[in-house]
Design a protein around this ligand. Sequence first.
Ligand SMILES: [Zn+2]
Length: 73
Amino acid sequence: MLACLKCLTLWVFSEADLAVDDRGLHFICAHCGGHNKLINIGSPKGPMELIQPDITPTDTNRPFTWPEPNSFG
Ligand SMILES: [Zn+2]
């Protein structure tokens, strides 16, 4: 799960609006428009493994393997 740090809405990864800009990888909360930082801890050539660095890791925050090739560098 991802959590919007602004409005605390929880999102499953498949519903999160992932994007990358000059602030890096993030998702935009579809509820409040909040910007929430993500980090890709996967290998550069492998699938992305995304974590949300600003919340306490839990079982529901383990790395998520994105099914697409790593397209965010
Ligand atoms: Zn939000």
